[in-house]
Design a protein around this ligand. Sequence first.
Ligand SMILES: Nc1nc2c(c(=O)[nH]1)N[C@H]1C(S)=C(S)[C@@H](COP(=O)(O)O)O[C@H]1N2
Ligand SMILES: [Mo]
Length: 451
Amino acid sequence: MSDVENKRRAQEDNMVREVLKNGPHLDRRKFFVSAGAFAAAAAGAGAGTIAAPQAARADMPRALQKPDGRLLNIGATVRSGNYWDFSTWVTPVEEFYVRNHYPTPTAESRPELAPENWKMRVHGDSVINPIEITYEDLLKMPARTIIANMQCHGNARNLFWEVQGYSSEEVTGGSWVMGAIGNAEWRYVPISHILDMVGLDDDALTAVFWSGVDGGDMGRPMPVAELLARGDDIGLCFQMNGNDLLADHGAPVRLVVPGWGGTASIKWLTELRITNKRVWSRLNTRGEVYIGDAYARPEFSMDDEFIDVSADDIRGPMVTWMPPQSTLTVPLVLENTPSMPANYPLERGELPTLKAGLQTMRGYAWGPQYGVREVDYRIDGGPWQPARILAPNLGRYTWVRFEFPWDASAGEHVIETRTTDNSGTSQPASVPPNLLGMANGSIPRFRIRVV
Ligand SMILES: Nc1nc2c(c(=O)[nH]1)N[C@H]1C(S)=C(S)[C@@H](COP(=O)(O)O)O[C@H]1N2
Ligand SMILES: [Mo]
């Protein structure tokens, strides 16, 4: 067993031990506590509990590797963070969402992912000196640490159904609700260093980051211009929150593209190819793109390169920067959502309850292109008021926590939250629908029953 594997097992064992000591984290009542405001009302909730995570067993093939007892089950290889439970600024790895298109590949199932075997090719017709990097090489290179959100394009997709009223034909995809986001400390070798090593031709146009370890189509083209503009922020990442990456998060090396939706941050990275052509693959043609009346189909030419797709697959512009967004640490009421996450803390149509009186409401806000300037909230359609932004607020790629007092009176209420970023852009009341439910930055509406 490799060191990384041993370390992972030890981490899992610790987590399981913690659960056994402190009880299951997924008690349905827990959100009352983390919302700060809900503690007393929880006593009457009478909700069931969900079993503690099972200890990891080597003989059991699993779609995911890390225990998922502190995550919301969205589908086979997809887990959301329990956003109603979030309280920390940096998201612990065991609370960090996982979005895998295929089961997690491990060093045991795919020996090329063992650190001692791992290699990455950097080559292509626009690369002057192609190289192959080993894990050992990578660890010797200059590294940086950045704290940044990682967020799936589909985060907040449920707002299309729950707030904007679109049908399951107009908008499709999994029920992330608000939890396909986390904030982590990433340690990486800046891509500027790699590009300096290899040297690029002037006409270098497209960087194709590729894994292909977990499925044949897992890679994504992105403009070389973006790498040049943010060469110190984008990089080959090997640690998350101070520890080696776990298999589920792309061990041993993944790309991190702060501010862009998670798809750009290819996990289990094995190749970077740079070419002077435009390149099309699944993840910038019919997947992870905006498909809808409001979005123009991108231009292409038959001289472009097509990786296992054809020109007919090009359906809309690829999703890149994520918009300003926000959430309260209160579970969103799910009424019109096509499929309920298996372990959501509310039944379909159920409202979270809160005890009447003075409460502190809490939430998170982010807007990674420019950073968060301001967060406002309003209650029952009243005037917008500023929320208090808590420290730390360390720049555009990280989220902020916010809070505001609320003298809650008995009855049903609606709280909306709105982020404004440093370019002056505020979350809009609605956004045009897109078939894959990407990047919904509209104002969320949290319904709460006060008793
Ligand atoms: N090779 C590979 N890279 C991948 C994916 C994948 O399935 N395979 N999923 C992408 C998507 S859609 C997201 S949102 C992020 C999720 O990163 P996380 O699971 O570490 O949170 O990884 C991206 N990189
Ligand atoms: Mo994603």
